[in-house]
Design a protein around this ligand. Structure first.
Ligand SMILES: NC(=O)NCCC(=O)O
Ligand SMILES: [Zn+2]
Ligand SMILES: [Zn+2]
Length: 470
């Protein structure tokens, strides 16, 4: 059935205006005033913003990590995402040395196909570049529409790749039209510092942060940027946590290197002191890179405002406090890294960013949706409000005040790192391709309704977004 969203304020990455939307067959059919209402369901969005569904470019759903598996899978994770105003996620498909890329991708399809309630795509990890991988990569792009490759520069002996692999991945990506993503921390130096700390009996969660100083993130970011320039390629740095790394990205951009940076809500709102909470509660705040000294937050906000960082991903990677995070009691290096963020990404950015005057409303839409669509080959099908695009829409009340809590969140984990933080603004209803997933704050979607997204090549929809609709 057709739908008309009436009386709302439409917000895109560039414009804010009053208009109604006619949705037909899952796409936006008309935008304007006095739209034909016959046969259409009317949805009143008075007092609300109407913006494109969030695109979360960084999730780890049902991912094996640190001897356990992330608690949220494609069912609970995408439901929570939808509650939070996100209508597409791009998840990291992990690979094992010696395994074919095809087999790794099949594993990720099996995890997601019948569970996801919103649309989803995959980035592909490259753990080792060799002739077999090189041979498979064109098929990964053409058949699977996976146009972003992830290289970890940290997690020695687990996920970490060496510089040769990073460099060869950059060269291949340039040839094939893909974007390389890096987790930028110097894994070798961290490994040394961790062993040294443990030998000295320093086992508490705070030593996770102290053994991963911001210099090792800055160094790896700078090294990856230099290799990108040398390969004349393109790079996206995930989860930038600190000034050292943000400045390396800004410097490389000023030197003409095609490099982009993502930060995450946790780095914008929480800080290193959380790792010192008593009774092992600091483990709830263990991410890699770690939370930083508070002053870094101003640098990150400023980088978002000035365009030196371009996206905000969740890095959703959730583990229960009881039964998972506690694997690291007595040894901080065994605390599974990551946290549950997927649901609060959009709200945190609106409340802490727009409401506090740090970014504009249009920048907010760009940061949570449009820019990711452009960088990851989804634009303009996703990431904007225009005639002909998927009707992935958030109806957002900018006045509601709520307190984030594990008691009310929809993620599968037993804590929320933003517990007690008050946010202004909340998604009321969320539509995916014209169908309600969240209606009046209730889940009404369907398991398996999310479609797999084959994505376009890097640069095919140019970053200013001038490609025609396909
Ligand atoms: N970030 C984190 O601590 N966990 C998820 C895995 C990763 O992105 O490095
Ligand atoms: Zn990472
Ligand atoms: Zn991650």
């Amino acid at each position: 059935m057709k739908k008309v969203i009436k009386n709302g304020t439409i917000v895109t990455a560039t414009d804010t205006y009053q208009a109604d939307l006619l949705i037909d067959n899952g796409v936006i059919n008309q935008i304007g005033k006095h739209l034909p209402l016959d046969d259409a369901e009317i949805i009143d969005a008075k007092g609300c913003y109407v913006f494109p569904g969030g695109i979360d470019p960084h999730t780890h759903l049902e991912m094996p990590f640190g001897g356990t598996v992330t608690k949220d899978d494609f069912e609970t994770g995408t439901i929570a995402a939808a509650f939070g105003g996100t209508t597409s996620v791009i998840d990291f498909c992990l690979t094992n040395k010696g395994e074919t890329l095809k087999s790794a991708i099949e594993t990720w399809h099996a995890k997601s196909k019948h569970k996801a309630v919103i649309d989803y795509g995959f980035h592909l990890q490259i753990v080792e570049m060799n002739d077999d991988v090189l041979h498979e990569l064109p098929k990964v792009i053409e058949q699977e529409g996976i146009t972003s490759f992830k290289v970890f520069m940290a997690y020695k002996n687990v996920l970490q790749a060496d510089d040769e692999t990073l460099f060869r991945t950059l060269i291949s990506a340039k040839e094939l039209g893909a974007l390389v993503m890096v987790h930028a921390e110097n894994g070798d130096v961290i490994d040394y510092l961790v062993k040294k700390a443990l030998k000295q009996g320093n086992t508490d969660p705070i030593f996770h942060a102290l053994t991963r100083p911001s210099e090792v993130e800055g160094e790896a970011t700078g090294r990856a940027a230099i290799l990108t320039g040398l390969a004349n390629s393109q790079l996206y740095v995930v989860h930038v946590s600190c000034a050292d790394a943000a400045r390396k990205i800004a410097e490389a951009r000023n030197n003409g290197i095609d490099i982009w940076g993502e930060t995450c809500p946790q780095y914008l709102v929480l800080d290193q002191s959380y790792l010192e909470k008593p009774n092992f509660e600091g483990a709830k705040f263990v991410w890699s890179p770690p939370l930083r000294e508070k002053w870094n937050q101003d640098v990150l906000w400023n980088a978002l405002k000035t365009g030196q960082l371009q996206t905000v991903g969740s890095d959703q990677c959730s583990f229960d406090f009881n039964g998972q995070k506690d694997l690291g009691k007595g040894n901080f290096s065994k605390i599974p890294n990551g946290g549950p963020i997927i649901e609060d990404r959009v709200s945190i950015l609106f409340s802490e960013g727009v409401k506090k005057g740090r970014i504009t409303l249009n920048q907010f839409v760009d940061l949570i949706s449009t820019r990711a669509a452009k960088l990851f080959g989804l634009y303009p099908r996703k990431g904007t409000i225009a005639v002909g695009v998927d009707a992935d829409i958030v109806i957002f009340d900018p006045t509601v005040v709520r307190t984030i809590s594990v008691e009310t969140h929809h993620m599968a984990v037993d804590y929320n790192p933003f517990e007690g933080i008050k946010v202004t603004g909340e998604p009321i209803s969320v539509l995916s391709r014209g169908e309600f997933v969240i209606r009046d704050k209730k889940f009404v979607g369907q398991l398996g309704a999310g479609q797999y997204l084959k994505r376009g090549k890097y640069g095919a929809s140019d970053h200013s977004g001038t490609t025609n609709l396909v």
